[in-house]
Design a protein around this ligand. Structure first.
Ligand code: GUN
Ligand code: FE
Length: 417
């Protein structure tokens, strides 16, 4: 047998599509070079002599994919969440992010952030640092060292933000390119261009980042149409464009390379059609949207329109790195009566789980499922009690908020810590 083969046994639950959970009790996953190569009820004879990691009655599920979160805001968790977005940014977030210039403070924050990601069962994440290239390097190194798969972005902003955080356009582009050219992360931690959002970016900065995206074939992440106030501000600042998304699109930051757009609450049908056409991923951050009173993402409408969707915690506007909480809140929010009336049926738990695993995982390649060819990113979960069906055990794991039930974590076939 191949030296890099891993055999695990347990109750395997995942969502190959959003419709329902696939449940395989007492089954085996064969993993070769970090990738799933088969799922079996009976182990094929070629593996008869191999040793199996037997998790007994425990669940084996895909690790969670957090498609939008801010490592630089981890230490402001829970602060100022009774304010609206623009006030919260000014009073809490910008002063906090200014502190990430300090390497010692950044190291402390990013170590704590990475440990909490893992504790919560997140195995892949798209992460914002701050504007500071040096401490973004240390964030990439810490995530690499912990074995988490991630896209990591140095934030770019050169307009309408406090002096301490306002970059000079040319320096912002130069430092970003230097990071791309000499990236500190390992094979599972990659760079992503991160214009914060249109209101704090000049046309020159957006254009320069679009060129870097093209030249380095680098992915992009930003915020789009999170609040009405922000959308009106973009309209006033960029009057040559009819709609918010056209600002990113015009500068090559809207699906010209793989692109994540957080929030996507206030979009026209035309904008939604463009997202679908460009394969731009909408990241649903339900807790953040509730905390800041931003509104509710029309998740059913976007799903029906064929826009790719993932879930994000959006810490610090979200108050927890728990992707189980993001799943719960996505299902809860989709049940608000007015949303049901205007946007169709509520989300099932399987659908929300799909968004938190395979849906978001697609941004990383074949991630978030246990079909052949998928990266073996997994959590092993001890059910709260015996006598539950596998889906009931998974429901309870998600809703009961006890991360200590996660007894093992794998990324690309490698068991973490
Ligand atoms: N829009 C621009 N920056 C931010 C941020 O840090 N958090 C959230 N939620 N929205 C933003
Ligand atoms: Fe955000």
């Amino acid at each position: 047998m191949h030296a890099d083969t891993l055999l695990v046994r347990g109750t395997i639950v995942f969502t190959p599509d959003a419709g329902a959970f696939a449940v395989h009790p007492a089954s085996y996953l064969v993993v070769r070079n970090g990738l799933v190569c088969g799922l079996f009820e009976q182990l094929p004879s070629e593996y008869a002599a191999a040793s199996v990691v037997d998790y007994g009655a425990r669940l084996i599920i895909p690790g969670f994919v957090d498609l939008h979160t801010h490592a630089a805001q981890f230490f402001q968790q829970g602060l100022g969440l009774d304010r609206p977005l623009l006030t919260w940014l000014e009073r809490y977030t910008f002063p906090q992010e200014a502190r990430l210039a300090d390497p010692a403070y950044a190291k402390e924050a990013y170590e704590a952030f990475a440990a909490e990601l893992l504790r919560q069962g997140t195995t892949r994440a798209a992460v914002y640092g701050s504007i500071h290239a040096e401490t973004v390097r240390s964030l990439a190194e810490i995530l690499t060292q912990k074995g988490i798969g991630a896209y990591v972005g140095k934030v770019n902003m050169d307009s309408r933000c406090p002096a301490g955080l306002r970059e000079e356009t040319a320096a912002s582009l130069r430092e970003t390119e230097a990071l791309l050219a000499d990236w500190p992360g390992g094979p599972f931690v990659k760079p992503i261009l991160t214009p914060r959002f249109a209101p704090v970016c000049s046309r020159a900065l957006l254009g320069g980042l679009g060129e870097l995206a093209q030249r380095y074939q680098a992915p992009v992440q930003s915020h789009l149409a999170e609040t009405r106030e922000e959308a009106a501000l973009v309209q006033a600042l960029f009057p040559e464009f009819e709609e918010y998304h056209e600002v990113y699109d015009a500068f090559g930051l809207f699906g010209q390379t793989p692109t994540l757009m957080a929030h996507c609450l206030y979009l026209s049908d035309k904008a939604i059609a463009r997202m679908r056409q460009q394969g731009v991923v909408a990241v649903h951050c339900p807790d953040s949207n509730l905390n800041l009173g931003s509104g509710v993402m029309p998740v059913r409408k976007l799903l029906s329109a064929g826009v790719p969707i993932g879930l994000g915690t959006d810490v610090g506007a979200g108050h927890t790195l728990s992707m189980r909480q993001a799943i719960i809140r996505a299902v809860q929010l989709s049940k608000l009566p007015q949303i049901v009336e205007t946007s169709g049926a509520a989300l099932s738990l399987a659908e929300a789980f799909y968004l938190a695993t395979k849906g978001g995982g697609a941004f990383f390649g074949r991630v978030g499922s246990f079909e052949p060819g998928y990266s073996f990113d997994a959590l092993v979960v001890e059910p709260e009690r015996s006598g539950l069906s596998p889906v009931e055990a998974l429901q309870q794991f998600i809703y009961a908020d006890r991360a200590e039930r996660i007894v093992a974590r794998y990324v690309a076939g490698r068991k973490l810590q």
